[in-house]
Design a protein around this ligand. Structure first.
Ligand SMILES: Cc1ncc(COP(=O)(O)O)c(C=O)c1O
Length: 380
C-alpha cells in the first residue's frame, strides 16, 4: 500500500513504490580520508573504518590495470569471460554457476530483487550486516530480525523464524559476520540449510572468508540448490575502490540473477584487476598473516586498557568503550578519535551504542590507534 502521509510531510507529490522506502536511512559509509582532511585539516589520517586491506592490493594488479587504460572507450566484456573462468577454476564450480557484481553489495541487491517481493519475508540476524534489513525495505518485503545469541547468529532461532513465517523467501547469513566478527560452525550451518524448505534461498555472505578460510562453506553448493555464496574483492584482495564481487550458486539461480543484473555491471578495469588479484594467492597469505599478528596485538592492548571485545574471525574487531566517565559513550570516543585523525566505525545504527568497530591496520596504524585511544580514555 502506498502512503500519502509521509510524502505530504516531505511536501513531495511523488510517492515511492513502497512505504518502507520512506523508513530507510541512507547507508552510512566509513568517513573517507579526504573528507576528514578537508573538515579538520589533518593530513596524517589513519582509516580503520571500512575493513579495507591496509596493505593495498597485489602488485600484479597495477600491470593488469595499466594494460586496460588504452581500451577505456570500449565496453567491458559483459559476461566477464576470463574472470569467470578463473573463478570457476579457483572455486571448483562450473562457469555457469557464477554471477559477477559491482561489489558484493550489487549481488545482495540483485538477489533481493530477484527473489523478494511485497508479500515475502526476508530473515536475518540481529547485529548482522545492516544491508540485509535495508534490502527488505527497498523491496517492500517484510524483514524478520532474529535476536542474536552472544552477538552471533542463532541458527536454531532462525530455523524457527522461517517455520513461523511461511512467506519467507530468503535468509541472509554473514559468515564471518560484520560487525561482530563471529563465525559459524560448518555442522550448525549445514543443519540450518537442511532445516529450511528448498524454496527458501539461503544467502551466505562470505565477504571476509579469506581471513577465516576454515569457515568456507563452498561444499554446501554441491548439496543444496538453494544456497548462494557471495564473495568480494573489496576486503582481503584490496580492490574496494574498483567495486567487484561474485556469487556462486546453482546454474538455475545464476540464470535468474543474470536477467536482473545490469549488462555491464563490472568495469573493464575491475574485471582485469580481479583476475590478477585472484592469481596472487601469496598476497592473500601475507595479508592473512599480518592480520592475525596484528589482531593478537590489538587484543592484548584492549585487555590492557580494560576494554571488552568480541573475538573476531575477520579483519576488524568490535570493542566496547562504555567507560565510567560521564557522557563518555562510543560516539564521544569516535568523535575524539576523529579529531585526532583516526577514523573508526560507530555502531549506533546496529543498536550497539557502546561499541566501536575497528579495522585491523598495519602495525603503525594500530599503534597510533592505541596511543590515541589511551590518551582519550585517561584524559581528565
Ligand atoms: C558482510 C559484508 N557483505 C558485503 C559487503 C559489501 O562489500 P562490497 O560491496 O564492497 O563487496 C560488506 C562490506 O562492508 C560486508 O561487510
Amino acid at each position: 500500500m502506498k502512503s500519502t502521509q509521509a510524502t505530504e510531510s516531505n511536501l513531495l507529490p511523488l510517492v515511492p513504490a513502497y512505504d518502507s522506502i520512506l523508513e530507510l536511512a541512507p547507508y552510512q559509509t566509513g568517513k573517507p580520508v579526504e573528507e576528514l582532511t578537508r573538515e579538520y585539516g589533518i593530513a596524517d589520517v589513519v582509516k580503520l573504518a571500512s575493513n579495507e586491506n591496509p596493505m593495498g592490493c597485489s602488485p600484479h594488479v597495477t600491470l593488469a590495470v595499466t594494460e586496460q587504460l588504452g581500451q577505456l572507450a570500449r565496453y567491458p566484456d559483459g559476461n566477464g569471460y576470463y574472470l569467470k573462468q578463473a573463478l570457476a577454476d579457483f572455486n571448483e564450480v562450473d562457469v555457469k554457476q557464477i554471477t559477477l557484481g559491482n561489489g558484493s553489495n550489487d549481488l545482495l541487491d540483485i538477489l533481493a530483487r530477484s527473489f523478494a517481493g511485497t508479500d515475502d519475508a526476508i530473515v536475518y540476524s540481529q547485529y548482522a550486516f545492516i544491508i540485509y534489513p535495508m534490502l527488505a525495505k527497498m523491496q517492500g518485503a517484510t524483514g524478520i530480525e532474529v535476536p542474536a545469541h552472544r552477538f552471533g547468529h542463532d541458527l536454531k532461532a532462525m530455523t524457527q523464524a522461517v517455520q513461523d513465517n511461511p512467506n519467507t523467501k530468503m535468509v541472509f547469513i554473514a559468515n564471518p559476520n560484520n560487525p561482530t566478527g563471529t563465525q559459524l560452525e560448518h555442522k550448525a550451518l549445514r543443519e540450518f540449510v537442511a532445516s529450511v524448505p528448498r524454496a527458501v534461498l539461503v544467502v551466505l555472505d562470505e565477504a571476509y572468508i579469506e581471513y577465516s578460510p576454515e569457515s568456507n562453506n563452498r561444499a554446501l553448493l554441491d548439496e543444496f540448490d538453494n544456497v548462494v555464496i557471495v564473495r568480494t574483492f573489496s576486503k582481503a584482495y584490496g580492490l574496494a575502490g574498483l567495486r567487484i564481487g561474485y556469487a556462486l550458486s546453482s546454474v538455475a539461480v545464476a540464470e535468474l540473477l543474470n536477467r536482473i543484473r545490469q549488462p555491464f555491471n563490472v568495469s573493464r578495469i575491475g574485471l582485469a584487476a580481479a583476475a590478477a588479484a585472484l592469481a596472487d594467492q601469496d598476497f592473500i597469505e601475507k595479508t592473512r598473516q599480518m592480520n592475525d599478528e596484528q589482531m593478537r596485538w590489538l587484543e592484548k592492548q584492549f585487555d590492557a586498557l580494560g576494554l571488552g571485545f568480541i573475538k573476531s574471525h575477520a579483519n576488524f574487531i568490535m570493542v566496547e568503550v562504555e567507560v565510567e566517565m560521564e557522557d563518555t559513550t562510543a560516539a564521544v570516543i569516535y568523535q575524539a578519535l576523529l579529531e585526532q585523525g583516526v577514523i573508526v566505525r560507530p555502531l549506533t545504527a546496529y543498536g550497539l551504542p557502546n561499541w566501536l568497530r575497528i579495522t585491523v591496520g598495519v602495525a603503525e596504524d594500530n599503534l597510533r590507534l592505541i596511543d590515541t585511544l589511551q590518551s582519550i580514555l585517561t584524559e581528565d
